[in-house]
Design a protein around this ligand. Structure first.
Ligand code: KIV
Ligand code: ZN
Length: 521
């Protein structure tokens, strides 16, 4: 049996069925390119008969993305299969995926079909799909709740009709690992010609078991796993690609198989899918969650600083995630604080460290997490005042319906006067940010933007908080004004000022500009 598991990504089909996750054709193409770069073997690009948009997405992906197999879904009827082929025909490596429900519940209430009719339809459909292309996948929908003898009969008929992949879906996320593995073992042992086809697992996460069930199937002989980035999909979602891939990679000693995934692309692909679908990744999500490589407990932080493998089974860089974050909180010790300060470019004396540590403990009692920005603020308060390298002098924005938002911004640089530049953007705030970037020469990735009203009434003060990523770190800034665009500009500049101070410290130089107060630590 081959020792490589085929990764079949269905983010663009089952994943897109997540409530609220629909994507445009252009967005689907962008995700498909990223999946190609990630190294997936099969991209299920959509369900061509479902809508003109789905058809177009499958067609465009089939035409443009040439390395992986491009797959289109079809129910077991001629119109679906013909439409799927129409969308796929220009693919370098096309696959038609036909499915038909087999469980008693679906037979009785949804399809109103007898067992014989189901077998007949499955056979006709696999044959029709095979008349178009050699690569045909068959899925008995709700297989996990189907009587094992009937499931075996349907699968046998599909294999005899020419299916090359047999996918066993746990459509409603009902299976448990041992039971699901037994289904695979039974089919592989009892279906004649099983050695000629690839068995595949397709699990949903209604009981939180999608990944466990998929891995159990692999252990039992499945050599394709169907999954989605970030585990998005119908209801509770599908098995998460990144979790399956890393489990197989890290526990090769147990599973004895691997995938062709370039794991360093996992995190960037996860971010892209989260941005495009708007489905935010939960903080504690395995592999790609923001806390996946964050440690707060003092004992853990101490262990990590002494030897990383004490509390980490993989390195963030293995999955392309930003470096390990020691989240400082009330459980953190002096050692962790010192390390955080050094990472921020500070080199405090023992006496300065004592002072900041005391202030840090007081802050940590009030605040659950103490971030880089908080530590900087402590340093600024207790040791050295930061330099406001850039300050906002004025700005002018043109925006409205059917107008390209344009901003002109004037900024004073602490050591060499005022600078002015203009830019266009997706909206007035975006235009201002771009103009600021042109002037400062610093371009950071905006990862969070929040507006909050701090007073009431029409003349309420708005507080804008921004979070940006630069050099693998997170920087925050805040701005306050009755004008939201102005508050946004101030917040962005505050974050860029922090970055400028950090760059200056890291290069071992004096603070940027000439207005430094207090000694350089
Ligand atoms: O969950 C399911 O059964 C499916 C099939 C179409 C494979 O998504
Ligand atoms: Zn599904």
């Amino acid at each position: 049996m081959q020792d490589r598991v085929i990764i079949f990504d269905t983010t663009l089909r089952d994943g897109e069925q997540s409530p609220g996750a629909s994507m445009t054709v252009e967005e689907k193409l962008e995700v498909a390119r990223a999946l190609d770069e990630l190294g997936v073997d099969v991209i299920e690009a959509g369900f061509p008969i479902a809508s003109p948009g789905d058809f177009e997405a499958v067609r465009c992906i089939a035409e443009e993305v040439r390395r992986p197999i491009i797959c289109g879904l079809a129910r077991c009827n001629p119109a679906d299969i013909d439409r799927a082929w129409e969308a796929l025909r220009h693919a370098e490596r096309p696959r038609i995926h036909v499915f038909l429900a087999t469980s008693a519940i679906h037979r009785e209430f949804k399809l109103r079909m007898s067992k014989d009719e189901i077998i007949r339809r499955a056979v006709e459909s696999v044959r029709r799909a095979r008349s178009y292309c050699e690569d045909v996948e068959f899925s008995p929908e709700d297989a996990a709740r189907t009587e094992l003898d009937f499931l075996t009969a349907v699968v046998q008929a599909a294999v005899d009709a020419g299916a090359t992949t047999i996918n066993i879906p746990d459509t409603v996320g009902y299976a448990v690992p041992e039971e699901f593995a037994a289904v695979f073992r039974h089919l592989i042992e009892n279906v004649k010609g099983a050695e000629r086809v690839v068995f595949s697992a397709h699990c949903h996460d209604d009981l939180g078991l999608a990944v466990a069930n998929s891995l159990a199937a692999v252990k039992a002989g499945a050599r394709q796993v169907e999954c989605t980035i970030n585990g998005i999909g119908e209801r509770a979602g599908n098995a998460a690609l990144e979790e399956i891939v890393m489990a197989l990679r890290l526990r090769k000693d147990y599973f004895g198989v691997d995938t062709a995934i370039k794991t360093q692309r996992l995190y960037p692909t996860s971010r892209l899918v989260a941005n495009v679908t708007g489905l935010v990744v939960q903080r504690n999500k395995a592999i790609v969650g923001r806390n996946a490589f964050a440690h707060e407990a003092g004992i853990h932080q101490d262990g990590i600083l002494k030897e990383r493998t004490t509390y980490e089974i993989m390195r963030p860089e293995d999955v392309g995630a930003p470096r390990t974050e020691l989240v400082l909180g009330k459980h953190s010790g002096r050692h962790a604080l010192k390390k955080a300060l050094e990472d921020l470019g500070y080199h405090p004396t023992e006496e300065q460290l004592d002072r900041v540590f005391e202030a840090f403990k007081r802050l940590a009692d009030r605040k659950k997490h103490v971030y880089d920005a908080d530590i900087e603020a402590l340093m600024e308060e207790h040791i050295r005042e930061a330099v406001q390298v850039w300050t906002l002098e004025s700005f002018h924005v043109i925006a409205g319906k059917n107008v390209t938002p344009t901003a002109t911004v004037v900024i004073r640089r602490v050591d060499d006067g005022v600078h002015e530049d203009a830019a266009t953007g997706d909206g007035p705030v975006d235009a201002v940010f771009r103009a600021i970037e042109r002037i400062t020469g610093l371009s950071a990735r905006l990862t969070d933007y929040q507006v909050r009203s701090v007073t009431s009434g029409k003349d309420a003060q708005g507080e804008v908080s921004v979070e940006v990523e630069y050099d693998g770190r997170t920087w925050r800034g805040r701005g306050l004004s009755t004008d939201i665009v102005e508050a946004s500009a101030q917040a962005y500049l505050a974050a860029l000022n922090r970055i400028a101070n950090y760059l200056s410290r890291s290069s071992g130089g004096e603070p940027v500009g000439s207005a430094a107060t207090g000694p350089t630590p």
